[in-house]
Design a protein around this ligand. Sequence first.
Ligand code: CU
Length: 110
Amino acid sequence: MLQRRQIAGLAASAAVALLRLRAAAAATAGVYIENFAFVPQRLVVPVGTTVRLTNHDDIPHTIVYAGGADSFRSPVLDSDESFTRMFDTAGTFAYFCSLHPHMRGEIEVQ
Ligand SMILES: [Cu+2]
């Protein structure tokens, strides 16, 4: 039969393992906007990744994904401003700039 101390030790080990799992899942990735283009144009990330999109142009851009419940829209991003979003569901997120709709990018979450 397990002693109370052993049970406490097991619980602590499980908590540490869970924290390590969370740390491994909390990845970040970046996309930047330069010369009216998203770079990289297509980004592939694991589920749970936080993506930061940063505007390196001298003019404002926005980032819009119109995909139903997962839709998002950044505020207007001036030079060097960024928009950050966590992607916690798998899928392909094809987004664009609402000010310059020919600007298109894609984030594939696996
Ligand atoms: Cu734009």
